[in-house]
Write a protein that binds this ligand. Structure first.
Ligand SMILES: C[S@@+](CC[C@H](N)C(=O)[O-])C[C@H]1O[C@@H](n2cnc3c(N)ncnc32)[C@H](O)[C@@H]1O
Length: 360
């Protein structure tokens, strides 16, 4: 045996069947994953935990059993091993943003380790303000790497170009965006309004999923609209119209036009509920509503049910606000189809997502 190698039983399989047999062996816990698989022109050699019987070989479709030297893979160090603690960070495109305060020495250590370990990370920054203002943006300070805050983030087959200091973007909403987009299909033609569209993170997914539908994507932040227009081109979607403006002022252009409305402005979405309801078609439609709810209690039993209580609070609040406006809109039915925790916002505070079907 050469140094750094191990002599192991292996299955010799035809290259065209290699991936299928590798998966089958892995599923049955028969594959050694700590050594490098080898191949030649025609065959792949899959290292095994133990020698297989003739029956087993036949069953998985392998040619024959051999023994061979395999190179032992070096164990990849994790960032926790290098820096000695578990740092909190999120990755947007090729920028890593530290999300928890640590001292300057630790911060630099984490930043350098991130760049060293992840070849796709080119910039490391830290948050130096909360998300604030009408545009919902935050300030960053660069720690190491290239000197920029713009990047292209990829998510569920979509690309979002954005500048982290000029626009709002949260990679932790990826599943939520996918969940909303998955409610659309290629058969129903819908008119969708994304009232607080940002760089198009909901709009583009939805427009891609339902090319026969049309999305009006509105935002008050000129930078967000500029990126949104770029993202429309980048993703090759033709069914989105990007509009810069304050929805409070421009909603009158869209009265009675929407089948579906997305309202992702959790801190103040209620302020815009009247405008949203007036934009729904006369027969009504769906509203995807996001609300920030905190639910702290000193009592232990109640604390452990914090998320459940936040969801109940959000549902009750939504129903109360819509009912308050029912004199104006004469709804025949209001149904909350689903309410769920989208993400934690702070200890005992959560963003709650509500899907409501409203019939006028
Ligand atoms: C929380 S961000 C959501 C952005 C995007 N939907 C996303 O998920 O990435 C809210 C967005 O609403 C925009 N906004 C705030 N007030 C607005 C208003 N009155 N009219 C239109 N857009 C507004 C902000 O500029 C910001 O881009």
């Amino acid at each position: 045996m050469k140094s750094g190698t191990e002599n192991l039983p292996c299955a010799k399989v035809e290259k065209r069947k290699g991936e299928e047999i590798r998966s089958a062996l892995k599923e049955r816990n028969l594959l050694r994953t700590d050594v490098r698989i080898t191949s030649d022109d025609k065959f792949v050699y899959l290292p095994l935990i133990r020698a297989l019987t003739d029956n087993e070989l036949r069953e998985i479709g392998a040619e024959k059993l051999l023994t061979r030297d395999f190179a032992i893979l070096e164990e990849r160090k994790s960032i926790d091993d290098i820096v000695g603690f578990k740092p909190s960070y999120e990755v947007i495109g090729d920028i890593a943003v530290l999300t928890e305060v640590v001292n300057d020495t630790k911060e630099l250590l984490v930043a350098q380790a991130l760049i060293e370990l992840h070849k796709n990370i080119k910039v490391v920054a830290k948050r130096i303000s909360p998300v604030e203002g009408v545009f919902r943006t935050r300030k960053l300070e660069l720690i190491t790497g290239e000197s920029r805050t713009d990047t292209i983030h990829k998510e569920h087959g979509c690309k979002y170009k954005l500048d982290l200091e000029k626009v709002y973007f949260n990679p932790r909403l990826a599943e939520e965006r996918n969940r909303v987009a998955s409610q659309l299909d290629r058969t129903n033609e819908e008119e969708i309004i994304d009232m607080f569209a940002g760089v198009g993170s909901f709009s583009i997914q939805v427009a891609k999923r339902a090319p026969q539908s049309h999305v009006t994507a509105i935002d008050i932040n000129p930078d967000a609209i500029q990126y949104l227009r770029e993202n429309i081109r980048l993703n090759g979607v033709r069914n989105i119209e990007a509009i810069e403006g304050d929805i409070k002022e421009i909603y009158t252009q869209f009265i009675n036009t929407a089948d579906r409305i997305i309202m992702n402005l959790p801190k103040s979405a209620y302020v815009f509920l009247r405008e949203a309801l007036s934009m729904l078609k006369p027969r009504g439609g769906i509203i995807h509503f996001y609300d920030l709810e905190s639910s702290y209690s000193d009592e232990r039993a109640k604390r452990s049910k914090s998320v459940e209580r936040a969801i109940t609070q959000a549902k009750e609040k939504f129903m109360a606000h819509v009912q308050e406006l029912s004199g104006e809109f004469h709804f025949s039915s209001i149904e909350i189809q689903e309410a769920r925790k989208v993400k934690a916002y702070a200890p005992y505070a959560y963003i709650i997502g509500i899907d409501a079907k409203i019939e006028k």
